[in-house]
Design a protein around this ligand. Structure first.
Ligand code: GLU
Length: 313
């Protein structure tokens, strides 16, 4: 099945964090996001997720753009930068706080590790330590430590159907706990920023690694509170260097410069990644445009040899 022109406006996104050079895993995520959007006649927004000011570097943001261009992964709108969006995040945060849905949390990292047991391999569940402090306690503790801010979550099942992983659900109260919307260093948290940005940028289709599947119920809940539309979600397998260790910046053979050297051309890089992930029948050089001709969104889940981890080679 080829590209289907669509009358609904499908908008996907590339959302790289500019904390290093791109590697094969980032390219894979962007490639699938591009195929999913383009196969529906949609467009791609580029958003540079530089929320973490300490780890993000402008030089990496430039390199990410050049790398996408070189690979033929072209975007239609942006780049937008999270560092320009603080006022929008603050407005959303203020709205939640005005509705008494947010409270200050004074727990240190050490407190969190001491009180919470990891749950089903996901993040530790926040036990609600600071939820019911009195106003006096809050004032006293705020004199010693700038608090983070958490959103109160309901004891309720939040379910959705992922385009790759299938049905997924969480009860935020028992599977996640009250989660951070603002950090103690003053930065707004990823969950809040991503929801505000996806809505403002008209994103209807989110494609990203399966490591963020367990964040999605938090994001769906925030969208509901803020009256924002829900995008569709496709959580794709992670490329792993070895079992349970995802590819990262330290795997130099997967870094973009090494890939270009090894596979010689952008089509060589795309072809190898497409071949080992099941997007193409062989590892022969191929362009994103060529992959689009045979891409079938409805069969995406059946494309990948494993839905959680794919071995890099
Ligand atoms: N910026 C994140 C990353 O590079 C992606 C976040 C998202 O897609 O929601 O892993």
């Amino acid at each position: 099945m080829g590209a289907i022109p669509s009358h609904t406006d499908i908008v996907g996104r590339f959302a790289p964090s500019p904390t290093g050079r791109m590697h094969a895993g980032n390219v894979f995520a962007a490639l699938v996001a591009w195929l999913v959007a383009k196969s529906q006649g949609g467009k791609i927004v580029l958003r540079i997720e530089d929320l973490d000011a300490e780890r993000s570097k402008p030089a990496y943001a430039d390199a990410v753009r050049r790398d996408f261009e070189a690979l033929g992964l072209l975007w239609d709108e942006g780049p937008y930068f999270q560092h320009d969006r603080t006022e929008a995040y603050r407005a959303a945060f203020d709205e939640l706080r005005a509705r008494d849905l947010v409270y200050p949390c004074f727990c240190t990292r050490a407190d969190l590790h001491a009180t919470s047991a990891p749950h089903r391999g996901e993040k530790p569940v926040y036990p609600g330590t600071c939820r019911n402090l009195s106003d006096e306690e809050r004032m006293a503790r705020a004199r010693e430590r700038t608090p983070a801010q958490r959103l109160m979550v309901p004891d309720e099942r939040i379910a959705f159907i992922d385009q790759v992983q299938g049905p997924y659900e969480q009860n935020l109260a028992s599977d996640c706990g009250d989660f951070l919307v603002k950090r103690s260093d003053g930065a707004f948290a990823y969950q809040l920023a991503v929801v505000v940005d996806d809505a403002a940028q008209g994103i209807t289709s989110v494609v990203r690694g399966v490591d963020l599947l367990c964040s999605t119920p938090q994001q769906l809940y925030l969208q509901r509170l803020l009256g924002l539309p829900h995008p569709t979600y496709a959580h794709i397998p992670l490329l792993v260097a070895e079992r349970d260790r995802r590819l990262s910046k330290r795997d130099h053979d997967a870094a973009l410069d090494a890939l270009i050297e090894r596979f010689k051309t952008p089509a060589g890089v795309i072809g190898h990644i497409a071949g080992i992930t099941g997007l193409a029948p062989t590892c022969d050089p191929v362009t994103p445009e060529e992959l689009l001709r045979s891409f079938d969104l409805a069969a995406l889940h059946a494309t990948f040899p494993d839905l959680v981890q794919l071995q890099w080679r």
